[in-house]
Each structure stands twice: as C-alpha cells, then as structure tokens.
Design a protein around this ligand. Structure first.
Ligand SMILES: *Cc1c(COP(=O)(O)O)cnc(C)c1O
Length: 414
C-alpha cells in the first residue's frame, strides 16, 4: 500500500488529490494517511505474533489526538514524556493502564497525576527520581510501578542529537550502577519493581545496536533473578529507523526475530516504544511556492512552510524528499527550498532538481514524525493545519492557528 502516490499526474493522499486538500484547508498543511499509520502498526505488532507484548507508541513523534486515537483503536499503548502527553492520550481514548512514562525530569505533579491515572509503569532514570517517586507514592498511599531505564553504553550510530544510549548521554542509569539501584528500589515501601527499560536512540539503521543493548540488558535481568528480583517485563524502547532517502532499514520481522531469539523462554512481557516507525512515512507537509528567486550562485524557491513547521533540516541537517504535486514538463533546475523565517538555517531542502513555477504545490515527504510535534510559533507564524485522509475523505484534525490566538495569553502593562 502506498499512502501517497500519483493518480493521473497528480499526487494524492490515499484517494484524495493533494490539490483538493490545499484548496479546502490551505497551506502549509500536514497530511496524514490513516491507512499508512494502521499498516505500520500492524506490521510492527504482528511481528511478535502470539508472544506476550505491548506496543507503546512514543507520543512525542506525533501527538495529534486523531493520530493517537487511530492507534488507541488498534489496541496500542503509549510512551509519554510529560503530564501533557498523558492528558492527550486520555483525551484521545487511550488506556492509562497501557501507558509508560519516560523522561529524565518528571515533576512531582506529573508523578502524582500519573499515579492517580493508574499508568502501567514509570521508566525511572536516576536514583534521585526513584526516591522522589517513592515519597510521592507514599503521600498518595500507593505503590509506584517502576522500571529502571538502564544506559547500556551502546553506540546507536545515529545523529548525535538523537543518540541516547552512550555513557555521556543524560539518559538512564549507568549500567554498572543498575544492580545496586534495583536492590535499593526493591527495599522501598512505595515502589514496586516491574521491569527494565532501554532506549538507545532514534533513526537507528542497523540491527546490531539493538541486539547489543538487548544482550546487555538480559545479562542484568538474569543477575537480578538470581538475586530474587524477578522482573515482569523488558522494554526495548524505540528507535527503528525509516527510509527518508536511501537509508538501510530494519524490517520489523527481522527485529522481532532477533529480539525473540535473545529473550528465549524467559517469562517476560515485551514492551516496545516505536515512534517514528509508526508515523514517519505516514505524513507529508503540503506547501505552496510563493516566490522563485533566481540568482547567479543559487536559485531559491521560497515556500509558505518554514523551519517553524519542520525543524528537522535546520536542527539535524535532515533530508526530506520533495515532490511537485503536479509534475511539470522540463526544464528543471536546482532549487534551494526555503521558508519565510528570518534565519539562514530556514531551509527545508537543498539542491533539488525540480521544474517549478510560482503558485505550485510541493509535498515535503516523511513529515509524519518529529515535524508538527516540534513546530513552533517563531516569527509569530501560526502553526499549520493537520488533516487525516481516510480513503476518499479528508478530515481536518487541527485547525490552522490564527495570529490572534498566538498572543491571546499575553497582556499589556497596566
Ligand atoms: C523518543 C523516544 C522513543 C521513540 O523513538 P523513535 O525513534 O521515534 O522510535 C521511545 N522511547 C523513548 C524513551 C523516547 O525518548
């Protein structure tokens, strides 16, 4: 199934031409395919067959309520990193009992909220956090379900900004400190030790980093069992890469095969936290060419989307495919696709060979993950609309912000 494809020379999302979406909802606009999200979830989930497992979609990749709802209806759990994300999951019909809570800086209020909602597990990232959670749970008269996020010191070989499993990263508990902290956790009266958690980075291309970190974690699991601390689950985190351009990707079946073989018959539930894999290629950013500016050095296509809509190129030098919604015959030339924001880092793509005219629509591909969720209002730019296409229908699932909404919370001095 291809979510986005040309029909009669026009790019469409499922069965809806993108030109029609632009006419109805304006640009810039994120367009997601329900079928693509569902098919990615089913591919991942079914790879583990009948083995007891839970897929907890990483909400930060794309937190739109409609996207969360599509996944909740398929039985997905959720990985949240803030109280705000937990509220979104609940508002979208997600089940708190299938929520794991990650992140290095959970506040007391967030801990209390998550306890009261009855989440499945806290992925605890430091000794201080464990003690705070024990105290907060004590005050509400509960026992907090806990996994320790262990840092296996494995190189995920991805962009340094999205690598999390090395000793120098801020995430997780150093592997060599984990045993002692598990013993400490097991002795606390308001902590219930449930599992172990890993997450070594994002957009990981090969299988090797996953295998290496899983092996290390399983050594610890066995060591803990010998000590009388029997874990109920192992959470392998997320990180499966997707194809933006020509990256090597790991098929979920290969990934599952490797993980299942390593875990063997240990009586552990398997938890996964995929984000990008489920939504990355299920979305695109639809934008219109405002101006063409040809220079002696470079040609610029100035579009109505910008780094505030899609930060990845500016932040990680990330590459996104760019397609003309209606392909024109030649002549093409090399274009720098840039936005209206006043920063030289405001580019969406560089050196793209396209035949363009002012007013043309472009699709910036693979914009389903870490796109709208990382957007901002820089330059007082209202955030883009979001649309979910489902077969022949296009649904507006977030209205375009208005400039007035941006300063609604501000006030003048008396
Ligand atoms: C970001 C994140 C994920 C999701 O990562 P992807 O690369 O999008 O799969 C999962 N778990 C944690 C703890 C994260 O921070």
């Amino acid at each position: 199934m291809t979510a986005f494809d040309y029909r009669d020379g026009e790019l469409a999302a499922e069965e809806v031409p993108l030109a029609e979406i632009a006419a109805r909802f304006g640009t810039p606009c994120f367009v997601y395919s329900r079928a693509a999200i569902e098919s990615a979830f089913r591919r991942f989930d079914s790879a583990f067959g009948i083995r007891d497992h839970l897929v907890c979609y990483a909400v930060k990749a794309n937190a739109n309520l409609a996207v969360l709802n599509i996944l909740a209806r398929l039985g997905s759990g959720f990985d949240v990193v803030s109280g705000g994300e937990l509220l979104r999951v609940i508002a979208a019909g997600g089940d708190a009992a299938k929520v794991v809570f990650s992140g290095v800086g959970k506040s007391e209020a967030e801990m209390r909220q998550a306890l009261e909602r009855g989440i499945r597990c806290f992925n605890v990232e430091s000794a201080s956090e464990l003690d705070r959670l024990d105290a907060v749970a004590g005050r509400v008269g509960m026992r907090a379900p806990v996994s320790l996020r262990v840092n296996p010191d494995v190189d995920a070989k991805t962009h340094p900004y999205i690598s999390t499993g090395l000793r120098e990263n801020k995430f997780g508990i150093a592997f060599d400190d984990a045993l002692a902290l598990y013993r400490h956790a097991a002795s606390r009266s308001h902590i219930s030790v449930r599992g172990i958690d890993l997450h070594i980075g994002s957009q990981i291309e090969g299988l090797a980093p996953h295998v290496e970190s899983a092996q290390k974690a399983l050594v610890l699991v066995d060591r803990l069992a010998a000590d009388g601390i029997r874990l109920e689950h192992i959470d392998f985190g997320g990180g499966l890469g997707i194809r933006y351009r020509d990256e090597e990707t790991v098929d979920p079946y290969e990934y599952a095969f490797a993980i299942l073989r390593l875990v063997g018959n240990r009586p552990l539930q398997l938890i996964f936290e995929p984000g990008r894999f489920l939504v990355g290629n299920a979305g695109l950013l639809l934008t219109r060419v405002e101006y063409l500016k040809r220079g002696t050095e470079r040609n610029f296509a100035i579009v109505d989307a910008a780094m505030n809509d899609l930060l990845r190129p500016a932040l990680y030098d990330a590459w996104h495919g760019v397609c003309a919604v209606r392909a024109r015959p030649t002549p093409s030339r090399l274009w720098q696709i840039v936005g209206p924001v006043c920063e030289s880092a405001d580019f969406l793509a560089r050196d793209r060979d396209l035949a363009l005219e002012e007013g043309d629509l472009l699709a910036i591909l693979s914009a389903g993950a870490y796109a709208m969720s990382m957007s901002s209002n820089y330059n007082s730019r209202p955030r883009a609309a979001e649309v979910v296409v489902d077969g022949k229908s296009a649904h507006l699932v977030r209205h375009r912000e208005t400039p007035e909404e941006l300063f609604e919370r501000e006030s003048l001095l008396p």
